[in-house]
Design a protein around this ligand. Structure first.
Ligand code: CP
Ligand code: NVA
Length: 303
């Protein structure tokens, strides 16, 4: 069966757990090279810039014995030069796997429907599921997930959506503190709550960042202006003032709290240099874990 990961909902809580167990085992053994993708080719189609996602996916494919081809934003023309169906149909004849970063979630669905090969979401406007896998892996390594509290402060965006659902499935108490009009959508909250109910976790939406962070074990934030929202930057800066993760806000969290950010950071906006570079920050572990989590995911998809 061809399995795609277009949203985090394409993986059940137990499947996420299985993939992360595998990632941890591989990481602990420092066993980077294997052959699950031997003889296979992955096509990376990116409509937005990337450092972490591109590099970690290319390395993951190479470490699994496969080869990766990268198409940059101007080369693709997804939906402009050619329809997603034509791109998918052609890519499926050349390649065994498509890894795609795009704006509209429907592009991923259309590639999956037309290509006949697994499609993995490398970030869309709607979700960033592979980031969430790496984030949950990082939380597992820094004190564990089940029963602990994750406070996400900021925009109810692609990163928040995937993270809330994945973390709730691991039994975390997820708090999302966002200004009015920037909350996570109700369908995603419902899915996160459904998973939390099964795992013993919980999901709470609030607007007060201090209440959100109070006593939390993990404090997470992301940019206020995501890729593609640049025209809204000014109004977003105003809407999110008061939601900056600075030392004072983090001071409300548990004394051992870790601070997370998917990067790239807009330093001085959603997070201060002091916090991002401080002793509680685990952002580089998160970035490293993109590789381990995605390598495990790809191996699992081709099992
Ligand atoms: N976190 C993340 O996806 O980073 P890039 O945009 O650099 O890939
Ligand atoms: N929310 C951010 C995440 C970047 C990795 C964006 O979509 O630009």
């Amino acid at each position: 069966m061809t399995r795609s990961v277009l949203t985090v909902n394409d993986l059940s809580a137990s499947e996420i757990s299985e993939v992360l167990d595998r990632a941890l085992e591989t990481k602990r053994q420092d066993r980077r090279q294997s052959a699950e993708l031997a003889g296979k080719t992955a096509l990376l189609i990116f409509q937005k810039p990337s450092l972490r996602t591109r590099v970690s996916f290319e390395l993951a494919v190479t470490n699994l014995g496969g080869s990766a081809l990268y198409l940059s934003p101007p080369e693709v023309g997804l939906g402009e030069r050619e329809s997603p169906e034509d791109v998918g149909g052609v890519a499926g004849r050349y390649c065994d796997l498509i890894i795609c970063r795009t704006f509209d979630q429907s592009n991923l669905e259309r590639l999956a429907a037309s290509s006949g090969v697994p499609v993995v979401n490398a970030l869309s406007d709607w979700e960033h599921p592979c980031q969430a896998l790496a984030d949950v892996l990082t939380i597992r390594e820094h004190g564990g997930t089940s029963g602990r509290t994750l406070a996400y402060v900021g925009d109810g965006n692609n990163v928040a959506r995937s993270l809330a659902i994945a973390a709730a499935g691991e039994g975390m108490h997820v708090r999302l503190a966002s200004p009015n009009g920037y909350e996570l959508d109700s369908a995603s909250v419902a899915e996160a709550t459904r998973r939390a109910t099964e795992s013993g976790g919980s999901v709470t939406l609030m607007s007060d960042p201090v209440a959100g962070v109070s006593g939390a074990d993990v404090v997470y934030t992301d940019t206020w202006t995501s890729m593609g929202q640049e025209l809204e930057a000014k109004q977003r800066l105003e809407a999110f003032s008061g939601y900056q993760v600075d030392a004072e806000l983090v001071g409300n969290a548990s004394a051992n709290a870790t601070v997370m950010h998917c990067l790239p950071a807009h330093r001085g906006e959603e997070i201060t240099d002091e916090v991002l570079d401080g002793s509680q920050s685990v952002v580089l572990d998160q970035a490293e874990n993109r590789l381990h989590a995605q390598q495990a995911l790809l191996a699992w998809l081709f099992d």
